[in-house]
Write a protein that binds this ligand. Structure first.
Ligand SMILES: Cc1ncc(COP(=O)(O)O)c(C=O)c1O
Length: 367
């Protein structure tokens, strides 16, 4: 079975983790945390990095920095992971959903303005499967309506919009370093920002809002969303070969593109002229001519030795959000179509050309 993803762990990771274990710096302080925060922020072109326990908590804290109130609204794409909606809900605000643009699956920027109200405070663009969002229309709206941009770059390490790194495009950006991400720390996440006040607030919120001068005296409700030196040690080692990892992802993307382009039946991922797509996960959508949905296709591929993953299911389709009245039930046709027809293929950093040939042959057979 070709797995959908496997992390690439090498000697450096072992060496740095060993150093933590030997020196006893195994908890949430230590040199690797500082180094990882500084270097990741620097790589993305941001001033401050605040490492947290995962990408979901990064999103939660980023909105926590904004002091949202009941009835405040945050614009998110419906086609995303539930972490985005949860971050809004746990910060007392309401997620307002937007459909996807059909080629990149990212938020359809042409549909945002009609959903902006007096209560809108934030736009959360999410770069999907390694392709950046179209940011200029988002910047225009943010300026016109005085909105904050919280960028979810959890799937877009090393991707670029008009030559600028994803993660360096918003007021605050959020990353995940889960094991399937381009850079992993096992579990982990980070917020990046240029704003010193947000950075200070995020550091406090991740660590129970302890006070500097009076530790066990609390003026705010915080969280324990801390990140460990051991996780950071893995991250620092991974970051030392970020260029190689991003290039490998792009090689996987281009190799699939080349081998699948004449097969028919599949809509392949694209790279907009203004984008650097890192093909975090190589995503395909079945076209109507196949008469198949992703579930049936995945089952056939599984029988042929290829593991896949289904696409996200839109937030407007999530029973828990609907039953609690947290999202509207408008029609989101692009999200619905790609959820039904889309899946991603094995895309891990350990993939070889032989593996890709195996996957491509399985696809030919399945189709
Ligand atoms: C777009 C997006 N945002 C947020 C997250 C949440 O990250 P984590 O799994 O580290 O909580 C993910 C996870 O894959 C994601 O894909």
């Amino acid at each position: 079975m070709i797995p959908v993803c496997e992390p690439l762990i090498e000697e450096k990771e072992l060496k740095y983790v060993n150093e933590c274990l030997k020196t006893g710096w195994i908890s949430s302080s230590g040199k690797f945390i500082d180094e990882f925060e500084e270097k990741w922020a620097d790589y993305c072109g941001m001033k401050y990095g605040i490492a947290v326990s995962n990408g979901t908590t990064a999103l939660q804290i980023s909105l926590g920095c904004l002091d949202l109130k009941h009835n405040d609204e945050v614009i998110i794409p419906t086609f995303t992971i539930i972490s985005c909606a949860l971050a809004v809900i746990y910060n007392k605000a309401r997620p307002v959903l937007i459909d996807s643009e059909p080629q990149t699956f990212t938020i359809d920027t042409g549909q945002i303005e009609e959903k902006i109200t007096q209560n809108t405070k934030v736009i959360m663009p999410v770069h999907i499967y390694g392709h950046p969002c179209n940011m200029d229309p988002i910047y225009k709206l943010a300026k016109k309506y005085n909105l904050i941009i919280i960028e979810d770059a959890a799937e877009a390490h090393g991707a670029e919009y008009k030559g600028k790194k994803c993660g360096g495009l918003g007021d605050i950006s959020c990353f995940s370093f889960y094991a399937n991400k381009i850079i992993t720390t096992g579990e982990g996440g980070m917020l990046l920002t240029d704003d010193n006040d947000y950075a200070k607030r995020a550091r406090s919120l991740r660590n129970l809002c302890f006070q500097k001068d009076r530790r066990f005296y609390h003026e705010e409700l915080g969280h324990n969303f801390r990140f460990t030196n051991i996780q950071a040690a893995i991250g620092v080692a991974q970051l030392e070969r970020i260029e190689e990892l991003v290039e490998k992802k792009r090689w996987i993307g281009h190799t699939y593109n080349e081998k699948l382009k004449d097969i028919g039946g599949l809509i392949l991922p694209i790279e907009k002229t203004w984008a650097k797509n890192v093909y975090w996960m190589y995503s395909v959508v079945l076209d109507e001519s196949t008469g198949m949905d992703a579930k049936g296709f995945a089952k056939q591929l599984h029988n042929l030795g290829v593991e896949t993953r289904p696409f996200f299911l839109g937030m407007h389709r999530q029973p828990v959000l609907k039953e609690m009245g947290l999202v509207d039930s408008e029609y989101y046709p692009v999200s619905d179509r790609i959820s039904e027809k889309g899946l991603y293929l094995p895309s891990g950093l350990t993939l070889t050309e032989k593996d890709i040939n195996f996957v491509v042959n399985a696809i030919k057979n399945a189709l």
